[in-house]
Design a protein around this ligand. Structure first.
Ligand code: ZN
Length: 181
């Protein structure tokens, strides 16, 4: 039964495949046969023009998508403030966020809603914590670097002293003194 239906369907199909659809030159818009390599109207290489047009479309799509994402981010009221508050070791953005948020909390505009004030308070507190942590770890890093620099200069100094043949450097002996023969 099913076989018979399938056979009937197959019999109804057109005997020849439909002719390949024409396409249009991406450069001049003239119709061109599907298998043509060169546009019969303007003579450009169709594949090159197609790829170019496709790349242009993709790039335009990507550009508009990036622009939309940036605009969406800018429209978020606190996104920039959050970024400034959270940026570590740069101090200035976090200080600016802290000052701005403190100012907004201490001098609220008359129609400011409580939720807005809470947002500013939270962002300001985060900026303050970030500043304290950045200061702490920044000082630790500086001390560490200073220690490394001291150790490195000591190593270089003893290496240079050992290069001098007449004054071999011995540990525990004042460097640079010539030992009596
Ligand atoms: Zn053309």
């Amino acid at each position: 039964m099913i076989r018979a239906v399938e056979a009937a369907d197959r019999a109804r199909l057109p005997a020849r495949p439909p002719p390949p659809p024409e396409r249009h030159c991406a450069s001049c818009g003239a119709p061109a046969p599907a298998r043509a390599v060169i546009c019969p109207a303007c003579g450009v290489i169709l594949a090159v023009e197609d790829t170019d047009a496709r790349l242009r479309r993709a790039s335009a799509r990507l550009n508009s998508r990036i622009r939309e994402a940036v605009m969406r981010l800018l429209r978020k009221r606190y996104a920039a403030l959050w970024m400034m508050a959270l940026l570590p070791f740069a101090f200035a953005p976090a200080i600016a966020a802290l000052v701005y948020c403190s100012w907004r909390v201490l001098r609220p505009v008359p129609d400011e809603v409580a939720g807005t004030l809470a947002q500013y308070a939270v962002i300001g507190s985060v900026a303050l914590v970030n500043l304290l942590l950045s200061y702490h770890f920044g000082m630790e890093a500086l001390l560490l670097l200073a220690g490394w620099a001291g150790a490195l200069s000591g190593a270089v100094e003893s290496f240079l002293r050992n290069l001098l043949p007449s004054a071999p450097f011995q540990p525990g002996e004042p460097p640079g003194r010539i030992r009596p023969a």
